[in-house]
Design a protein around this ligand. Structure first.
Ligand code: FES
Length: 160
């Protein structure tokens, strides 16, 4: 993120109440995540300790410190989904998207092309449709690993 863009954001929020949160939100909105260099820049320009900015970003789930994909896939790991095959879905998803095996246990995984970010949750609130996943707010229920490629294709995914 270049300094001009950051200066514009800082200028907009520097004198407002809740300036730190608003500034970080604006950066997240612009970049899709909050780069460490941007936090460093904001820290110097606004006179806010880097550690404070880092704490805010790690406390609120809305912030990400890593680049995120264009589409967010949330796989449910709640009890209903778990007993109806949820773990097989996640394994299939990681396999289909060719995720590096070392990353498989990460909390948030983004594909190399930054098309998808895969995350998990405890319950999506529609247990009767288990197993369930959500992509950008759309729920997909009664899932099987076989259905995944067809669903992903709706999100510009091209099988390699
Ligand atoms: S446990 Fe998966 S939607 Fe509730």
């Amino acid at each position: 993120m270049d300094a001009r863009k950051l200066d514009k954001i800082i200028e907009q929020y520097v004198s407002m109440p809740g300036q730190v949160l608003s500034t970080l939100e604006a950066i997240q909105e612009e970049e899709g995540y909050v780069p460490k260099e941007a936090m460093q820049y904001v820290s110097e320009k606004m006179g806010v300790p880097f550690s404070q900015l880092f704490s805010v970003c790690t406390f609120y789930a809305a912030f990400s410190l890593k680049p995120r994909g264009k589409h967010i896939i949330t796989i449910c790991e709640g009890t209903s989904c778990h007993v109806r095959g949820g773990p097989r879905l996640k394994a299939a998803m990681l396999d289909i998207l060719k995720i590096n095996p070392e990353e498989k246990h990460a909390k948030s995984i983004t594909t190399e092309d930054r098309l998808f970010t895969i995350e998990t949750t405890r319950c999506l609130g529609c247990c009767s449709l288990a197993p369930v996943m959500m992509i950008d707010g759309t729920i997909y229920g009664y899932l099987t690993p076989k259905k995944i490629p067809e669903i992903l294709r709706q999100y510009e995914w091209k099988k390699k």
